[in-house]
Design a protein around this ligand. Structure first.
Ligand SMILES: [Zn+2]
Ligand SMILES: [Zn+2]
Length: 273
C-alpha cells in the first residue's frame, strides 16, 4: 500500500455533471477521507458558451445543481473533511466574458484556467491524436503557450491547469522558450500552477508540469496546487505521496485556495462567513 499523505488537499476533481466522470460527489469526498487527505476542492468542467466543447462539460442550466451538490457534501463532511467549491474553466479567446459571468454567479473557492483547444482541435482528446502528426511540434507548443500566457493575463483564474498538457500522448516540447515565457506571465500575474498527477496515468507517464518546468516555476516564486484530475472516486489523491515528495525535493511551495484567496500548504481555512 502506498504511503498515506496527510494534511494535503486534492484540488482538481470532476463530477458526473461533465458527462465523462463517474461516482457521486460524496464518493469522492469519502475517497479523500479514506486516503488521509485534509480536504478537497471540486473543480468540474465549467459551462462554456454552447458552441464550445459541449459534450465534455456541464451545461449552464446545470450549474446550480453542481453548486448545490457540492454544498450538500460540504455539510455532510463538515468537521471531518474540508470540502471546497471550484471550477475548471477553459481559456479560449472569445469566451472570456462568458467565464467572467460564471465567476461572479457563485462564491467559488478556486478557479483553474485550462487550455484544451488549439483553434477547433481538442488536442488532449485521444480521438484526435493523429493531428499531432500533421503539425509542427515547435509551432504547436508556441501557440499553446501563447494561450497560456493569455490565460494568465486574463485575470480570470487562480491557477493554470496541467501546464504542459500537449505532452499527454508523448509529443514533447522540442523547444522550451515558449514555456518559459508562459511561466513569466504566470509569475507576473501572481497565479499558481496545478500540479496534476493525472499525467502519471497517461501515455507520457509524467505529471504536469515536467520536473524542469517545476524548477523554473520555483525559481519564479510560483506556488503549486495539488490535483489528481480524478474522473472517478478511485483516482482521488492519486500518487500524492510521490507528488509531495517531488515538490518538497525541489523546494516548491504547496498552496490551496479558499474563497479565491491563496493559503499556504495545509493551512486551515479562515472562519466561515
Ligand atoms: Zn475531464
Ligand atoms: Zn483539464
Amino acid at each position: 500500500m502506498p504511503p498515506r499523505p496527510s494534511g494535503l488537499y486534492d484540488c482538481h476533481l470532476h463530477t458526473p455533471l461533465c458527462g465523462h466522470a463517474t461516482g457521486a460527489p460524496r464518493e469522492y469526498a469519502q475517497a479523500a477521507l479514506d486516503a488521509g487527505l485534509a480536504g478537497l476542492c471540486f473543480t468540474d468542467h465549467a459551462p462554456m458558451p454552447a458552441w464550445y466543447d459541449a459534450p465534455w462539460r456541464m451545461r449552464l442550466d446545470q450549474l446550480q445543481e453542481y453548486v448545490d451538490g457540492v454544498r450538500a457534501v460540504q455539510a455532510e463532511f463538515a468537521g471531518r473533511l474540508d470540502v471546497r467549491l471550484g471550477l475548471e474553466a477553459d481559456f479560449h479567446p472569445g469566451t472570456e466574458r462568458f467565464v467572467e459571468g460564471l465567476l461572479t454567479a457563485h462564491d467559488w473557492d478556486y478557479v483553474i484556467g485550462s487550455v484544451h483547444y488549439l483553434g477547433a482541435w481538442g488536442f488532449d482528446n485521444p480521438e484526435f491524436v493523429d493531428e499531432y502528426g500533421a503539425r509542427d511540434l515547435g509551432g504547436l507548443y508556441t501557440d499553446y503557450y501563447a494561450l497560456i500566457g493569455g490565460a494568465a493575463r486574463s485575470g480570470l483564474f487562480d491557477s493554470i491547469g496541467h501546464l504542459d498538457l500537449p505532452k499527454k500522448f508523448g509529443h514533447r516540447d522540442p523547444g522550451g522558450a515558449a514555456a518559459l515565457r508562459a511561466l513569466d506571465a504566470v509569475a507576473e500575474a501572481g497565479l499558481s500552477l496545478d500540479f496534476n498527477t493525472a499525467g502519471w496515468r497517461k501515455p507520457v507517464a509524467e505529471a504536469y508540469p515536467a520536473p524542469d518546468l517545476v524548477a523554473e516555476a520555483v525559481n519564479r516564486g510560483i506556488g503549486f496546487v495539488l490535483g489528481s484530475d480524478a474522473h472517478q472516486p478511485q483516482e482521488v489523491g492519486f500518487r500524492f505521496a510521490d507528488a509531495a515528495a517531488l515538490l518538497e525535493g525541489m523546494g516548491a511551495r504547496v498552496v490551496t485556495y479558499a474563497r479565491r484567496v491563496r493559503l499556504v500548504g495545509d493551512a486551515a481555512p479562515g472562519p466561515q462567513p
